[in-house]
Design a protein around this ligand. Structure first.
Ligand code: SF4
Ligand code: SF4
Length: 448
């Protein structure tokens, strides 16, 4: 297959990164790639999607990875997978001999093994410099479910209509399910046997980087997990704290011990991000250390500084996230030099073991299996967002009362713009369509 042909197919079928911010996959494919790394590290605690897809869809994922490697004319593919995914590794080892241009890289069970910069270093020994992309060192990184979607698009002519999601925490049957995009969070929790407790809150995504969600929110192409927690859980309380309070606490009690910097995975790879300096600059005023503020752009938002390193319970990661948003609003770009990154000599001893992180987060009791159930759940209504990827918002091509079948095109990205098409995830009637979302309901549901 030619690279332009593959790109056109993935664009048409709406394939975007299923494990992160939703970057359109076709735009990642670059003929300068020397290596294609499959990211099967799923680094957030409690998430169970990637390990199960690797176990049950090993050949599909390997075939699509091989196709990408060959199409980009890269030297090889690397299947990077965490050591603790034992069943997935066993499945992989049974068939890997058929794929001569793909090798397996076993990753340690540390956080954040799936961060692109960390992953590229672990898999290739090369450092992506601060503010740069993996392609700078000849690497393209693709997520496990994304690659499965590439397989479905190329070999089965199926657009992206469904999403695998782990539902765990205080639910009766922690599980990983495949649901139509646009399914409500409320319904997903019902599929997992409903909450076990009355007063709960929901984290959408992982406990380190996810956000507090509502039952009315819906599944998108980037949803990974729904974690139901008691409303008094420390993970919830931290998220509910106002930024102004976090900043005041940082000003008054940060001891400048620098543990947040010493354990920062990007700092340990030589990037010029030093959260303790940002905390100090906050206390001493804007002009005290301007470089510290602008270096915020080098933070990947992994949350180690806030959830693991700081013995004072301060919130460097949240504060840096806020700072990044403000810098973006004001058009301030990272001005840090892209050269000179050098791995810290103490990096090996400063990796954060997953088990210890989970214990620190108070999540050990929820660190259990969430088995993949392939049953197709009956969903009568979906609300599909037109902005669920990086790039331009997709334009609706349907109107109220139109009938659609699963897989029909309902949102089209304008030619020449970065983005992804969107397809119907259930068959039924369009009951609402505007420039933000499209609602589809089954006839039976409408007729009661
Ligand atoms: S770890 Fe906490 S107390 Fe220490 S420098 Fe960082 S923010 Fe300040
Ligand atoms: S969230 Fe904290 S630990 Fe993670 S990259 Fe940013 S500054 Fe470093």
């Amino acid at each position: 297959m030619e690279i332009e042909e593959l790109k056109a197919k993935l664009r048409a079928f709406g394939v975007v990164g299923a494990g992160g911010a939703g970057f359109p996959t076709y735009a990642k494919l670059n003929s300068l790639a020397e290596v294609v790394i499959l990211n099967s590290a799923e680094c957030e605690p409690l998430l169970r999607v990637d390990r199960q897809l690797c176990k049950y869809y090993t050949e599909e994922i390997l075939s699509a990875l091989e196709l990408i490697v060959k199409t980009l004319n890269a030297k090889k593919g690397i299947f990077a997978i965490k050591s603790e995914y034992k069943e997935a590794i066993a499945s992989l080892k049974e068939v890997i001999y058929k794929y001569t241009n793909i090798e397996i890289k076993i990753l340690e069970n540390v956080y954040p093994a799936g961060d692109e910069v960390v992953l590229v270093y672990e898999a290739t020994g090369k450092i992506v410099h601060g503010g740069s992309l993996p392609i700078e060192v000849g690497a393209v990184v693709v997520n496990t479910e994304t690659v499965l979607n590439v397989y479905n698009s190329v070999y089965l002519d199926k657009p992206v209509t469904h999403k695998y999601v782990t539902i765990t925490g205080e639910v009766n049957n922690p599980t990983t399910i495949k649901v139509p995009i646009g399914t409500s969070i409320r319904q997903c929790i019902e599929f997992a046997g409903n909450p076990k407790i009355e007063n709960f809150k929901i984290i959408l995504g992982g406990p380190m980087t996810g956000r507090i969600g509502a039952l009315e929110d819906v599944i998108t192409k980037t949803s990974k997990a729904i974690i139901v927690l008691p409303e008094g859980h420390s993970t919830i309380i931290k998220r509910n704290l106002k930024t102004s309070i976090k900043i005041n606490r940082a000003r008054s009690v940060c001891s400048q011990c620098r543990m947040c910097t010493d354990l920062c995975p990007r700092y340990l790879l030589g990037h010029n991000i030093q959260p303790h300096r940002i905390m100090n600059a906050l206390a001493n005023g804007l002009t005290s250390d301007i470089e510290a503020f602008t270096s915020a752009n080098l933070c990947c938002g992994c949350g180690i500084c806030e959830n693991y390193s700081c013995y004072q319970g301060l919130a460097p990661s949240s504060i840096i996230g806020e700072l990044k948003d403000r810098l973006k609003e004001k058009g301030v770009k990272n001005i840090t030099s892209k050269v000179g990154s050098k791995v810290n000599a103490r990096r090996e001893g400063r990796k954060v073991p997953m088990e210890r992180l989970i214990a620190r987060l108070g999540l050990t009791k929820y660190n259990i299996e969430a088995p993949l159930v392939e049953e197709l759940y009956s969903v009568n209504k979906v609300v599909i967002k037109l902005n669920q990827h990086i790039g331009a918002v997709t334009t609706s091509v349907v109107k109220a009362n139109d009938l659609v079948e699963v897989g029909d095109l309902i949102g089209k990205i304008e030619d020449g713009k970065l983005g992804a098409n969107i397809h119907a995830s259930i068959s039924g009637v369009i009951t609402a369509a505007n420039n933000k979302e499209i609602t589809i309901e089954t006839r039976r549901y409408i007729n009661g």
